[in-house]
Design a protein around this ligand. Structure first.
Ligand code: CMC
Length: 429
């Protein structure tokens, strides 16, 4: 990170401020305004953080104009094709690909920590069967900090908590699903790899032998890799913000899960399928739906389209579209929702409304159709996103706590309320 140049800001009244310019390894430039208020009394205002860097980070590089996404320097396309989720998680968290020995140690630790405390199972029974699994997941992840109270001490073994959370969230996610459909939970099987074990806990039943399909296992690996990190998005920023107060890893990740749940973020994968279902049920008039979106009727949006940072194709969506065709054809699934989605995409990519606003399919447009084909129910889609994003949240939390420059996240504001006024007793008002 270079810091050689500076920028000059001229404020009303002619007062000047010289601000350092920071340059990242990919030649990204930032004006460092940290000293601005102290020197001039001015703050900067940027609602929605449209143009504000909250941190420097060495984890993920994203160029929204070029459609580039790299984890620790490795292109997402290469990782999705050649790596698996455990290796990619190691890479994100530790900054390098593991050697064979490191990989073995990491995998063994993940296997060892896959159970949750038996008492935690009672919690699942307390939820109504209609509970959204994201509500259950976030509560359970917070509860982990009650079972590992040493996590409250910032100096406790971070690596152990990282392994625990990475392994146990998978178990909790599958248990939440089993609870929601009224089936007995399936314990993890130590002989299975991370994603195969997840599928086993989701789909096995005690009365039958369940053999994990290698096609499903590969697809889940790829889906999770594609979701594994996306730099300072809403949920990751939340994890960093909560963690900056000194909150433990479990609490910080639970907050990230809740931020992910919203339909503008990770909840979009569920919203896409609900949108496509609605179009299909009402006669598959997707052209009319697109017209309604363009006219902003009832504030409709084409879910799964648009992104704050991608102003070109989302590279993850490209991979997912191809994967969607491959997985569905391999499983022999014919999904009318895929036909509707493709037709809508074709029209939108030529339509001036979407073209002029640079709205392209994002990661959520096709992922739901793949999850459906894999037999994962719609209300579990965002849980899948959370499972995938977990190593990213962990990597950012770790980077933040290990950075001596970290300060508590505390934005400022411009106050627009009443000027001072004085209290009048109720009888005199
Ligand atoms: N359909 C129709 N119009 C849209 C859409 C959309 N999906 N997305 C943005 N627009 C319009 C929006 O109405 C606005 O128009 P105008 O300038 O006329 O007011 C303009 O494009 C800019 O939109 P914005 O909401 O100011 O853009 P943003 O950067 O704040 O929002 C977004 C980004 C992802 C929230 C938004 O594109 C959206 O709501 N997309 C649909 C939900 C979705 O798919 N979310 C998943 C994102 S990918 C997963 C993740 O990383 O979170």
């Amino acid at each position: 990170m270079a810091e050689k140049q500076s920028a000059k800001l001229i404020l009303p009244g002619g007062k000047e401020s010289s601000l350092p310019v920071i340059v990242g390894t990919e030649d990204e430039h930032a004006v460092d305004i940290r000293s601005l208020r102290q020197e001039t009394g001015y703050i900067t205002l940027d609602s929605g953080y449209m143009n504000t860097g909250a941190t420097t980070s060495a984890i993920t590089y994203l160029d929204g104009e070029q459609g580039i996404l790299r984890y620790r320097g490795y292109p997402i396309e290469e990782l999705a094709e050649k790596s698996d989720f455990v290796e990619t998680s190691y890479l994100l968290i530790n900054g390098k690909l593991p050697t064979k020995d490191e990989r073995k140690t990491f995998s063994t630790a993940l296997t060892r920590h896959s159970l949750i405390h038996e008492d935690m199972q009672h919690f699942f029974h307390g939820y109504p069967p209609t509970s959204h699994p994201m509500a259950v997941l976030s509560a359970m992840v917070t509860s982990l900090s009650a079972y590992y109270p040493d996590s409250l001490d910032r100096n406790s073994a971070i690596d152990l908590h990282i392994t625990r959370i990475l392994s146990k969230v998978r178990t909790i996610a599958a248990f939440a699903y089993k609870k929601s459909i009224g089936q007995p939970i399936m314990y993890p099987k130590n002989s299975l790899k991370y994603c195969a074990n997840f599928l086993h806990m989701m789909f096995a039943v005690p009365s039958e032998e369940y053999v994990v399909s290698p096609v499903l296992e590969r697809a889940v690996n790829q889906l999770l890799i594609l979701h594994a990190d996306h730099e300072q998005n809403c949920s990751t920023s939340t994890v960093r913000m909560v963690g900056s107060s000194g909150a433990n890893l479990y609490a910080s990740v639970a907050a990230g899960i809740l931020a992910l749940w919203g339909p503008l973020h990770g909840g979009a994968n569920q919203a896409v399928i609900e949108m496509l279902e609605e179009i299909k049920t009402s006669g598959a008039d997707y052209k009319k739906f697109l017209e309604d979106v363009k006219n902003k009727r009832d504030n409709r949006r084409l879910m799964g389209f648009g992104h704050r940072v991608y102003k070109n194709f989302d590279p993850r969506a490209k991979i997912l579209k191809k994967m969607c065709d491959e997985v569905l054809s391999h499983l022999g699934v014919k999904d009318p929702l895929l036909d509707i989605a493709k037709s809508m995409e074709e029209i939108a990519l030529k339509d001036d409304y979407f073209v002029s606003k640079k709205l392209y399919p994002n990661v959520d447009f096709y992922s739901g159709i793949i999850y459906r084909a894999l037999g994962i129910p719609t209300n579990m889609f965002t849980v899948m996103f959370a499972l995938g994003r977990l190593p990213g949240w962990i990597a950012h939390w770790k980077e933040m706590v290990e950075d001596p420059q970290t300060k508590i996240g505390r934005p400022r504001q411009i106050y627009t309320g009443e000027k001072v006024r004085h209290y009048v007793p109720i009888d005199e008002r």
